[in-house]
Each structure stands twice: as structure tokens, then as C-alpha cells.
Write a protein that binds this ligand. Structure first.
Ligand code: ADP
Ligand code: TPW
Ligand code: MG
Length: 576
């Protein structure tokens, strides 16, 4: 090559974006193509990235956040300008709320026109709109800044408390050319994006002092603990301490739900009675009744349980005291924090909790487990949540590597309490917002990222939010088995139109809908199951074949309760 040729050789924005992502270990792109990113998606595929193309951006975004949770690397969603970008925003905001790392990359229209509001094709000031909904937002205007832009986006997504990041790439950036050597030299491979954060010795000592004096200690594991991938360290600490623990929904399986110290089936008792509670990657938000009130043994909704003290392990230094006083905040990454705590427990020979506490906890748990086991053996017709979920419970026991995706109201609450999880990060659900619509996006990402069999247990309403993505599941031939808990509506299928008019009540859907036929439309397997035996057979077939499958499980339409387990948050119910 002559010197002249070498200096004129160029690289464009498309290639720099692709190279920067690949340099940082990105493998999958979740997108909906269109102007101005159609060519980018094609070139990405050509260059060896796996491009998973969705039917709506929200589900591409949901896939990206699920990949972020499963891998600790930011999942990447790619959308077109204005409307596509807006469709992706719900997922970006949800990722930030869930503390999952993802990057929403969106093409955008010409800055000069957008800023003068001259009405460009799909005009919108996307950066300004994204900012309040994510952890950080960046725009790259020049090809030579692509490397920096992507490096900053990755660091922002995974460092400290993880979250969603927006990266705005205007249409004009892509075809920009620059000298190839300089372009390649401008790319950054991010080093140590989420560095270990070691807790202070004082904070560890403060926590140990509280635990030592505790009479009724409790550990609560949250999805931050599952995310941290410090599975062995968490297990070692829980077992060294001998303290009973409660897993939050997506922390189920971090230790097996059948672990001797698991107190899930005695949840109300331990929350009301515990005197020292150690939170590990779990926030005291609505899911834990804000750390106060009757759930926690308080006499009134606002009062804290008398004398209870909290230890909180979290990477975010501002999380402590967000709802109630935290006596011993331990700020650092979970792996480092629990390792230090275990060492300190061993060094000080910390005693295990007394039988006065463990006795009643495990007794209540065992009684409730036995009661539930009896309910699960009943075989009513039509099926109810319990009899159908007995089959799913057995499935997860037989195939513990299965990733369980779960959304709905009753379909969510019953599944969470009945189906034991055995391995970390195998349960993906509605998360901190209790959002409907994560089902198919999470399922696709789980299958693509891990290659494992996915089982999505979906309320019929919940499924509707992302149902069109069954085409995506079929197109990529993913091992996803969807079970629709079909009770003809939201919560129940029996509501009445209060006006007495002809329209159905707002919570109802077409009766006896054949969701299985949707799957058949795209070449997938679709079957209806009316009994636990039929459900079991259909799941077995799906797992053996790994074919995209949808099982329309017909559930008694009277079986559910209003709002599932969160009736107390319903304004009418709360008034009563
Ligand atoms: P859950 O809903 O399961 O109770 P939350 O989403 O409320 O869990 O809490 C997760 C917490 O975990 C957040 O406060 C977040 O800052 C924290 N977190 C996330 N990753 C880490 C980590 N690697 N180390 C420490 N804390 C983390
Ligand atoms: C984005 C409100 C919470 S639960 C639910 C809705 C609509 C559906 C419950 O019915 P489903 O389950 O799925 O059939 P089941 O078994 O009880 O019948 N929009 C969004 N998120 C939420 N949470 C809602 C609406 C809601
Ligand atoms: Mg329903």
C-alpha cells in the first residue's frame, strides 16, 4: 500500500459504531429498523453482531434490559427517531427503575432542523426528553467522538447503581468519514467499567455489632444481590450467619427456595417480628411496605415496628434513610460487602440465632408449606391457579436451568409464591414498577443471551401487551414456551358492566379466546390445556423439542382476586 493510499483510506460512522460496540464485548442488538438506522442494523448483522429485530421498540428495549440483568453488561436497544424512540423509552425508564444496565441508541433527525423546529421527518429533541428518564444521556455529533460516546454510555450504565443510558446518534453521523487509522485509534475499550467498591471497615463493624446483639435477625435478598453475581459469597455469608432469609421476587433462586434458612413461607411473621433486618441489594420501597406500618409490626400505617434496626448493603450511598432510618449502612458492591461481613463474623465467632427465634420461624414456614402442598394436589375443574401451577412447580424442579418469565396479577402472585426457584437469575418479572408488557421481550433476551429453555407464565392481559412478539419468537426459532393463564380478563373473567349496557366490563376480554392459534399463525406450536395433565404433557413436548410453543391454559374465570396480592393499593379497596 502506498503512503498516499494509506492516508486516504477512510472509515465511516456506521463502522465506528459497530467496531466500538464489538470492542466492548457487545454481541446482541435488539431493534426495530427504519430511517435512519436500517443500514446500521444491516451492517451490524454483516459484521457478526446478532441483530434481533422486534415488532415494537418497547419489547426490543425490554430485551436489552433483561440482557443487562442477566449479564452485568449493558443490553443494547436500537430505535428510529421520534416515535420509535418514544416506544423505547418505557423500557429505558423501567431499566433505570429496576437498576438494570441498558443503552438505548436512537437515530435522530437533523439537529439544525430540530433545533429550529422546522418540521423535519420524525422531528423531536430526543436528548432532552430522554434525560429525566434515565441515568445519563449523550449525543455524538462527530465521527471522531463515537468511541468516547460509547465508552461513556457503557460506564454510565454499569458503574455504581446500574441503569438505563440514552445515546443519541443523529442520521448525519453515520455516513461521516474520517481517516481510518485515526478512527480506529479513537475507539475506547472500557477498562474496569464497574470497579469493586470496598466497604469501610467501620461500616462492617457497625453491622456486625448490630447483628451480634440481635435476638431475631433477618436477611432480605433483593434483585441487586442476584444482579451482583456474587452467588457463592452471598451463600457463604447467609450460611455462616445462620440467619433466616427472605428472597425478593427476582432474588428467588439466588439460594435455592428449598434452602433450610429460607423463610419465604413465613414472610408475614418474620417481617413483623424481626428486630435486626439486613437488606442486601433490596430497597425499602412499596414492595417492602416502605419499612414501616403493619407489615413490619407497627401499630399504625406510618409507625415503624418498635425497636427494629436496619443494616443496608447497597452500592448507592444515597439509598440509606430513603424511607426509614438505617442504623448501619454498608456502602459497596455486594460481593465485597458480604465477603467482608463473612470474615468479620468468623473472626468474632458470631453466634447463630437462638432456637427461640428459629423455632417458630421454621415451624410457621413448614406448616404453610404443608398446607400449600395439600392445596396443590386438588384437581378442580376448570383448573385454577394452584392446580396449573403445581405443574409449573414440578417443571422448574425437574429443569432448574429453565428461565421463568412471569407477569400478570394473580398469574404473577401465585406463580411467585408457588413455584420454587433453584438457581440464581432464573426468574425475570415485572420488577419494581410491577409493569405489564415485559413478557416477550424478556423471554427473547433470556433465550438469546443464555441459550436456555424459557418458560413464560403470563396472565392473559399481561400477555396482550407484548403478544405480537410471538412472531419474533417463532422467527428466531427460540426455545420459549409461553403459558397463558387464561381467565378471560384482568383479575377475573366475571366482571359486570355497571351501567347495564351491552359493552363488556373494562376488565374483560373475548371469552374463551384461542391464544394458541396466534402461535400457529407464525408456524409455532399452539395448544390448549384444560387440565393439569394436558398442561404437563404440552410443557414436556415443548421442552423436549425446544420449539416455540404457546399453551392456552384455561383457568377458572372466578378464581382470581382483584389486583392479586396488592389489593391494599387499590383506592376503592383501601377506602373500604
Ligand atoms: P428488589 O426489588 O428485589 O427488592 P431493588 O431493585 O429494590 O430490589 O434493589 C436493588 C438494589 O441493589 C438497588 O438499591 C441497587 O443500588 C443495588 N445494587 C445493584 N447492584 C449492586 C451491586 N453490584 N452491589 C451493591 N448493590 C447493588
Ligand atoms: C403497563 C395495570 C396490573 S396487573 C394487570 C394490569 C392491566 C393485568 C392483570 O391481568 P392478567 O392476570 O395479566 O390477566 P390475572 O391472572 O390476574 O388475570 N399497564 C401497565 N402496567 C400495569 N401494571 C397495568 C397496566 C395492571
Ligand atoms: Mg387474566
Amino acid at each position: 500500500m502506498t503512503t498516499e493510499a494509506a492516508t486516504t483510506e477512510t472509515i465511516d460512522g456506521f463502522q465506528l459504531v459497530i467496531d466500538a460496540l464489538k470492542l466492548n464485548g457487545v454481541k446482541n442488538i435488539y431493534c426495530v429498523p427504519g430511517i435512519p438506522i436500517t443500514d446500521l442494523s444491516r451492517k451490524m448483522q454483516k459484521e457478526g453482531l446478532r441483530v434481533i429485530s422486534f415488532r415494537t421498540e418497547q419489547h426490543a428495549g425490554n430485551a436489552a434490559q433483561a440482557e443487562g440483568f442477566l449479564t452485568k453488561l449493558p443490553g443494547i436497544a436500537l430505535t428510529v427517531s421520534a416515535p420509535g424512540f418514544l416506544n423505547g423509552l418505557t423500557a429505558l425508564a423501567n431499566a433505570t427503575t429496576n437498576c438494570f444496565p441498558m443503552i438505548l441508541i436512537s437515530g435522530s433527525s437533523e439537529r439544525e432542523i430540530v433545533d429550529l423546529q422546522q418540521g423535519d421527518y420524525e422531528e423531536m429533541d430526543q436528548l432532552a426528553i430522554a434525560k429525566p428518564l434515565c441515568k445519563a444521556a449523550f449525543r455524538v455529533l462527530h465521527a471522531e467522538d463515537i468511541g468516547v460516546g460509547i465508552a461513556r454510555a457503557i460506564r454510565a450504565a454499569v458503574s455504581g447503581r446500574p441503569g438505563g443510558v440514552y445515546l443519541d446518534l443523529p442520521a448525519k453521523l453515520m455516513p461521516q468519514e474520517m481517516p481510518k487509522a485515526a478512527g480506529l485509534a479513537s475507539l475506547i475499550k472500557v477498562v474496569d467499567a464497574a470497579p469493586a467498591q470496598i466497604p469501610s471497615g467501620e461500616s462492617i463493624q457497625r453491622a456486625i455489632d448490630l447483628l451480634k446483639n440481635a435476638k431475631r435477625p433477618l436477611i432480605i435478598l433483593g434483585k441487586g444481590a442476584a444482579y451482583a453475581q456474587a452467588d457463592e459469597a452471598v451463600k457463604a455469608m447467609v450460611e455462616t450467619s445462620g440467619i433466616p432469609y427472605l428472597p425478593m421476587s427476582m432474588a428467588k433462586g439466588l439460594l435455592p427456595d428449598t434452602h433450610a434458612q429460607c423463610a419465604s413461607a413465613a414472610r408475614s411473621y418474620v417481617l413483623a417480628e424481626a428486630d435486626v433486618v439486613m437488606l442486601i441489594g433490596a430497597r425499602l420501597n412499596w414492595l417492602l411496605s416502605h419499612g414501616k406500618g403493619k407489615t413490619w409490626g407497627g401499630k399504625t400505617p406510618a409507625s415503624a415496628g418498635a425497636g427494629r434496626q436496619f443494616i443496608q448493603i447497597d452500592i448507592s450511598p444515597t439509598e440509606a434513610d430513603s424511607n426509614v432510618a438505617i442504623a448501619a449502612p454498608v456502602v459497596g458492591d455486594i460481593g465485597s460487602c458480604v465477603a467482608e461481613l463473612t470474615k468479620a463474623m468468623q473472626a468474632s465467632n458470631m453466634a447463630k440465632p437462638s432456637a427461640d427465634w428459629l423455632g417458630p420461624v421454621y415451624e410457621k414456614r413448614d406448616t404453610n408449606v404443608t398446607k400449600m402442598a395439600q392445596t396443590l394436589t386438588l384437581n378442580p375443574s376448570p383448573m385454577n391457579y394452584q392446580s396449573s401451577l403445581a405443574v409449573i412447580k414440578k417443571t422448574l424442579k425437574d429443569f432448574p436451568d429453565t428461565i421463568l418469565v412471569n407477569e400478570g396479577a394473580n398469574a404473577l402472585d401465585f406463580t411467585r409464591s408457588i413455584v420454587d426457584m433453584y438457581k440464581p437469575r432464573k426468574r425475570l418479572d415485572v420488577g419494581t414498577w410491577g409493569i405489564m408488557g415485559i413478557g416477550m421481550g424478556f423471554s427473547v433476551a433470556a433465550a438469546v443471551t443464555t441459550g436456555q429453555q424459557v418458560l413464560a407464565v403470563e396472565g392473559d392481559s399481561a400477555f396482550g401487551f407484548s403478544g405480537m412478539e410471538v412472531e419474533t419468537v417463532c422467527r428466531y426459532k427460540l426455545p420459549v414456551c409461553i403459558v397463558i393463564m387464561n381467565n378471560n380478563g384482568i383479575y377475573k373473567g366475571t366482571d359486570k358492566n355497571l351501567s347495564g349496557g351491552d359493552d363488556m366490563a373494562p376488565t374483560l376480554f373475548v371469552k374463551d379466546a384461542r391464544y394458541d392459534l396466534m402461535m400457529q399463525a407464525f408456524g409455532g406450536v399452539g395448544v390448549t390445556a384444560k387440565t393439569p395433565a394436558e398442561l404437563d404433557a404440552a410443557i414436556q413436548t415443548a421442552f423436549a423439542s425446544r420449539l416455540p410453543t404457546l399453551i392456552n391454559a384455561v383457568i377458572d374465570e372466578t378464581a382470581g382476586t382483584e389486583s392479586g396480592r396488592i389489593t391494599s393499593l387499590n383506592p376503592t379497596a383501601a377506602k373500604k
